[in-house]
Design a protein around this ligand. Structure first.
Ligand SMILES: Cc1cc2nc3c(=O)[nH]c(=O)nc-3n(C[C@H](O)[C@H](O)[C@H](O)COP(=O)(O)OP(=O)(O)OC[C@H]3O[C@@H](n4cnc5c(N)ncnc54)[C@H](O)[C@@H]3O)c2cc1C
Ligand SMILES: *[C@@H]1O[C@H](CO)[C@@H](O)[C@H](O)[C@H]1NC(C)=O
Length: 481
């Protein structure tokens, strides 16, 4: 049996810690086995390791990931990273500080800076980077933690007790041979295509659109150090700089879009004929150049409501547990906030022995509700904003225009605080959403000629109804256990 082990550097360690290390390396046994050294897995491994837990972190490939996801970290995520003591992971990766958004509605821009830091005149900052570089930093932090052992192996299935259905660990394949790892607690953090969700999570992801990605070289963005959201008659386009020379373009393409049909030249035809002309002039040359290089990549944009972990010995976290449309770049912020909450709820003071599955399940039920304050804001906002920004009927277009007017009026701090993951109050989101709905109706009535008034009064009801249909399903999804 060959196992690739990446060990923490040697340093004076206690006897107990040595023994735990040997148990992990030789006997494949730990307090916690985490599947997936991505954003959530690494952060949690370090957090639990620092509490003195013995942690095995399993990852199918320790090579630097090359992905188009998780490239913009909201200020709320930066803050969570600080709470985990992992701020250094944002250093030396050629990260670009972000100070807010530039929303461009049919060519008209409005700047939306992140809120000011408490007691300071500067705005809070987010950060954009190459995903793989950030993940490598997180993995290094896990490897540097003497209580964590990182192993390159692919998890295949969970090992369960035949009598109690308790999860005892995972079966893996390492370089083609079978292997297993055991822990008092197994954490599935294996991302959006989780292997373990089917059996242990009651919901399945819903996909209504995909993000197609291009990497632009030396693009000239209208507002440097800002995320750009381009709104037009098409679904939204995101632009943000992720390195000194690189800018990410993410183009949302809804399922079965006619202009992206094979007959019309497929996705490439759509990007060239429809999307390119809608972009800021300064970005068009680099966009075209990237398109010509023909390195289009795509990812599904999924929605997956979370659910309480009820299986003894198992915890599902990260994208495996809960996903929302990536329009607002909230996934990593949710994952890092969750790592903070789980760390506190499962601390040795709260749960002395992780083998006490009853206690762990009780804490995980508390987790489900405790995470709502931050996660549900990000989830509902992402889904609702996507419906507005990808408006495909007239009522949604009225709401989209109203939303933009809302920003133009300068009502910015609340909405962007929610988006940034800094305001953790679902009610604030609810309030702003319906303020946008009423403003949209007002804008529709006041910007149309007077003779339209009778029609528009009827349409107001339709628009209001549409607003409810946009948001309530996602609110209800958050209220389920
Ligand atoms: C198009 C797109 C753009 C996005 N943009 C942003 C953004 O700008 N900002 C943001 O905050 N979020 C963004 N997200 C969301 C973000 O990427 C995720 O929320 C985040 O990466 C989730 O972290 P995770 O640890 O749960 O999963 P991942 O980061 O995906 O990590 C899962 C890990 O598990 C490993 N793994 C999988 N299966 C196995 C197995 N069987 N055995 C061993 N290891 C395994 C994988 O190799 C991987 O390393 C985006 C998502 C999409 C789809
Ligand atoms: C590792 O665990 C031990 C207990 O086994 C604890 O005393 C120590 O603080 C932990 N080390 C680190 C670096 O977190």
């Amino acid at each position: 049996m060959t196992t690739t082990l990446v060990e923490a550097p040697a340093e004076p360690v206690t006897k107990a810690r040595d023994e735990a290390e040997v148990r992990r390396r030789v006997h494949h046994e730990a307090d916690v086995v985490i599947v997936g050294a991505g954003i959530l897995g690494c952060a949690l491994a370090v957090a639990l390791g620092k509490q003195g837990r013995s942690v095995l972190l399993l990852e199918r490939s320790l090579k630097e990931p090359d992905r188009i996801v998780g490239e913009l970290l909201q200020p709320g995520g930066v803050r969570a990273l600080e709470q985990l003591g992992l701020s250094d992971c944002l250093k030396d990766i050629d990260a670009i500080p972000t100070r807010g958004y530039d929303v461009i509605y049919h060519g008209v821009p409005v700047q939306i800076p992140y809120p000011k830091l408490e007691g300071s005149s500067s705005v809070s900052e987010g950060c954009a980077f190459h995903h793989g570089r950030f993940v490598m930093k997180l993995r290094q932090a896990a490897m540097d933690c003497p209580n964590v052992t990182v192993v390159e192996t692919t998890a295949v299935s969970l090992v369960t007790s035949p009598h109690t259905n308790q999860v005892l660990g995972v079966d893996c394949t390492t370089n083609g041979s079978k292997d297993c790892y055991f822990g008092q607690l197994t954490v599935a953090a294996d991302g959006y295509a989780s292997k373990f969700r089917k059996e242990y999570h009651p919901h399945t992801p819903k996909v209504k659109s995909k993000f197609f990605a291009l990497e632009l070289i030396d693009a000239e963005l209208p507002m440097p150090n800002h995320g750009h959201i381009v709104l037009s008659d098409n679904a939204p386009v995101l632009l943000y700089q992720i390195g000194t020379h690189e800018t990410r373009a993410l183009i949302d393409i809804p399922e079965n879009l006619p202009s992206a049909s094979v007959k019309n030249g497929g996705v490439k035809g759509h990007l060239r004929n429809v999307v390119l002309p809608s972009l800021p002039k300064s970005v068009q040359p680099s966009f075209l150049a990237a398109l010509e290089k023909n390195q289009l990549r795509s990812m599904p944009n999924s929605f997956l409501p979370s659910s309480t972990n009820k299986t003894p010995g198992l915890v599902i976290l990260g994208d495996a547990l809960n996903m929302r449309h990536p329009l607002t770049g909230g996934g990593m912020t949710v994952a890092l906030n969750d790592a903070v909450i789980v760390r506190d709820l499962l601390s040795p003071e709260n749960v002395p022995e992780l083998s006490d599955t009853k206690k762990v399940l009780k804490q995980m039920s508390a987790f489900h509700w405790k995470r709502k304050n931050s996660a549900s804001v990000i989830n509902i906002l992402a889904q609702a904003l996507y419906s507005l920004f990808a408006a495909d009927d007239d009522n949604l277009r009225v709401l989209q225009r109203g939303c933009f007017r809302y920003f133009e009026l300068g009502v910015i701090e609340g909405p962007v605080g929610l988006l940034a993951g800094l305001i953790k109050q679902p009610l604030v989101l609810f309030w702003h959403f319906f303020a946008v709905a009423f403003l949209s109706i007002w804008v529709m009535i006041s910007e149309d000629p007077l003779y339209m008034l009778p029609v528009n009064i009827l349409r107001s009801i339709a628009v209001f109804w549409t607003a409810c249909v946009v948001i309530f399903p996602y609110i209800f999804a958050e209220m389920k256990a």
